[in-house]
Design a protein around this ligand. Structure first.
Ligand SMILES: Nc1ncnc2c1ncn2[C@@H]1O[C@H](COP(=O)(O)OP(=O)(O)O)[C@@H](O)[C@H]1O
Ligand SMILES: [Mg+2]
Length: 258
């Protein structure tokens, strides 16, 4: 299988404070990878560094072999990366439909010239969408999330936590990404809703989108992931297939609650 995304020896953090001390992870074409580890291990920091929200002080990130280290998220999104943050991942005062449309805003072709040089790139230009195309994509995306169909005109902020997480996923799928980076999709959800969200992620992955997912719910995440990485205090601690990690006695004792 070919490597789609690779982070090598990442050092990153906030200001003077280094949080990642040389973390390496990889994601293959079509793969689902889970990043687990205790609170504060640096999982969110890793995802934010990969997505260009934080610039690493050392190490590099490659996407399809091209160096994307420290590239602005705006440039990554247009090239096929999408990111679902752990919180504040919908626009609560907008309707579900408006949220979906906003999901593709970074691919909207502007009637006025955009002062960024990126639109000069033919590959970028070929991925821009008109408003009609965005609306069409929203209708298509809703097919993947039938539970949201009756709620299209409701404000996202009025939905349940599980439904809002579905809106966040649907919104990111508006970009038709090659890679979806998801931070803690199950945070704050009741167990039954966790299962719904996880099966939706499996479905998204099954349709060809590679997924890198950070999760506190380590058992469930490893059960659905092809491979996993355990981070601890900003370093790689264990890695293996989801099943290997689930059945590793050290991993189980330390990170899976026995
Ligand atoms: N914006 C921030 N500014 C300063 N420190 C931060 C910030 N975000 C996270 N941290 C610190 O970085 C460390 C790792 O956090 P994080 O990557 O969120 O861990 P995890 O996602 O594994 O729980 C923690 O000690 C946290 O307090
Ligand atoms: Mg986190």
């Amino acid at each position: 299988m070919s490597t789609l995304l690779e982070a090598q020896n990442l050092h990153s953090g906030y200001g003077e404070m280094e949080i990642l001390h040389g973390v390496s992870v990889a994601l293959d074409e079509g793969e689902m990878v889970a990043i687990i580890g205790p609170n504060g291990a640096g999982k969110s920091t890793l995802i934010k560094t990969i997505f260009g929200l934080l610039r690493p002080t050392k190490g590099r990130v490659t996407f399809r072999g091209a160096d994307i280290t420290g590239r602005h998220p705006r440039d990554l999104v247009i090239n096929g990366l999408a990111y679902v943050p752990q919180s504040n991942n919908t626009f609560p005062s907008l309707t579900v439909l408006e949220n979906l449309e906003m999901g593709a805003i970074t691919r909207r072709s502007s009637p006025i010239p955009i002062p960024w040089s990126r639109v000069a790139d033919p590959k970028v230009r070929s991925r821009l969408l008109t408003d009609t195309q965005i609306r069409k994509r929203a209708v298509g995306t809703i097919e993947l999330f039938p539970n949201l169909r009756p709620k299209l005109r409701e404000r996202a902020g009025a939905l349940s936590g599980g439904e809002q997480q579905m809106v966040a996923l649907a919104k990111s799928m508006m970009l038709d990404p090659d890679i979806l980076l998801i931070d803690e999709p199950s945070a704050g959800l009741a167990p039954k809703l966790v299962d719904n969200v996880f099966s939706k992620i499996v479905e998204i992955n099954g349709s060809g989108t590679a997924v890198m997912m950070v999760e506190q719910n380590a058992k469930k995440a490893l059960a659905i992931a092809h491979r996993g990485y355990v981070l601890e205090t900003g370093r790689n601690r264990f890695e293996g297939t989801g099943q290997e990690l689930l059945h590793n006695t050290d991993v189980a004792k330390l990170y899976l609650g026995g």
